[in-house]
Ligand binder design. Structure first.
Ligand SMILES: Cc1ncc(COP(=O)(O)O)c(C=O)c1O
Length: 382
């Protein structure tokens, strides 16, 4: 079976993990953790990086740092991996789901802007201005754009909307290490960005995440809250309800090695993407995800649309090509079906019904790519 997306482990991973084991520095104190967070921050062009045990934990902490509470709304796209929504729910806040753009599958910014124009009002609270949803009366505190599949929507427009309506931006950049919009890296447009390094991401630490920010105070607080909010190195004195969310050294060691080879990994992903786009163009009724002008994506996971998605999915999986459907839209999941959903034509439903992800590992060979393409062509052309 040609796997969907597996990590590429070809550098110093074993050596650095062995170093942790030999020296005994396997837990959350250790130099690889600092090194990894510095490497990620530097690569993304952010001042600070704070490593945490996974992207979901990072998204949770990001919201706490911005003071999001159970009285708030947080905006998210209706097509995302469930962790985005779970992280909002951990704070007790109420998601507002925005349908996605039919072409690039990112949050539909026209719907977002219409929502603010028509369904919110600005009010002053303790000399600060916020947007409030007219229906629920709750404050709309933040937008959490998700750079779905490593693609990025028009961030200039998103920033304009966030400024006009007094919103914070927390970027769910979990899939977007290596992606830029107008040469600025994913995760650095808003106050806080979060990357994930779980098993299927563009680089992996097994499980892991890094929060990036340019705000020193936020970085300090993130480090504090992810390590049980302990105030003294010696005494067990804590000043907040903290979390045991810190990444451990042995996993950060893998991350350091993965970052050392990241330029080649990114190159391999771009080769894979270009190969599929060239060879699948015009095959059956395949439509590619569109890349907005100004975006240079990391080409993390190749996903396309076809009206025969379910049939193709079964065919590929039965013929040695591991493939997966896209995420069920959040409004279709029981837990979120009563959340506010801003849509005109429920584009999310058709993106879900028609989209399929195919093998995209950074280590995929040219022969494997050819096999994937041939198998897809045989399905359509017999
Ligand atoms: C869009 C999105 N958000 C959040 C996450 C959560 O990241 P993690 O698995 O590291 O918790 C992921 C990855 O799984 C993701 O793809």
């Amino acid at each position: 079976m040609i796997p969907l997306s597996i990590p590429k482990i070809e550098g110093n991973e074993s050596k650095y993990v062995q170093d942790c084991l030999t020296t005994g520095w396997i837990s959350s104190a250790g130099s690889y953790v600092n090194q990894f967070e510095e490497m990620i921050a530097k690569y993304a062009g952010a001042k600070y990086g704070v490593a945490c045990m996974n992207g979901t934990a990072g998204l949770h902490i990001a919201q706490i740092l911005l003071g999001i509470t159970a009285d708030d709304h947080v905006i998210a796209p209706n097509i995302t991996f469930i962790a985005t929504l779970n992280a909002i729910k951990y704070t007790g806040a109420h998601p507002i789901l925005i349908d996605v753009d039919a072409h690039n599958w990112q949050m539909d910014l026209n719907l977002l802007e219409n929502y603010f124009e028509e369904q919110t009002e600005l009010k002053s609270v303790n000399d600060e201005i916020f947007s409030f949803d007219k229906g629920t009366g709750k404050r709309v505190r933040a937008i959490m754009p998700v750079h779905v599949l490593g693609n990025i929507g028009n961030m200039n427009r998103l920033l304009e909307i966030s400024q006009k309506y007094h919103l914070e931006i927390i970027e769910d950049s979990t899939e977007a290490l290596g992606s830029t919009f107008e040469n600025k890296h994913a995760g650095t447009f808003g106050k806080i960005g979060v990357f994930s390094f779980n098993g299927n991401k563009i680089i992996s630490t097994g499980g892991g995440g890094v929060i990036v920010t340019n705000d020193e105070d936020i970085a300090k607080k993130a480090r504090h809250l992810t390590t049980q909010a302990k105030v003294s190195a010696m005494d067990y004195i804590h000043d907040a309800i903290g979390f045991n969310y810190r990444l451990v050294n042995v996993l950060a060691a893998i991350g350091v090695a993965q970052m050392e080879t990241f330029p080649e990994t990114l190159k391999a992903k771009k080769f894979m993407d270009a190969f599929y786009r060239t060879h699948l163009e015009g095959v059956g009724d395949i439509k590619f995800q569109e890349i907005p002008e100004g975006t240079d994506p990391n080409c993390w996971l190749f996903t396309f649309s076809t009206s025969r998605m379910r049939e193709l999915l079964d065919y590929l999986n039965a013929n040695g090509v591991q493939s997966r459907p896209f995420w069920m839209p959040m409004n279709q999941l029981d837990m979120f079906k009563d959340e506010i959903y801003i849509t005109k034509n429920d584009v999310s439903a058709s993106v879900y019904d028609n989209s399929i992800s195919i093998p995209s590992s950074a280590g995929i060979t040219k022969e494997q790519l050819e096999t994937v393409v041939e198998t897809i062509k045989t399905f359509y052309e017999g």
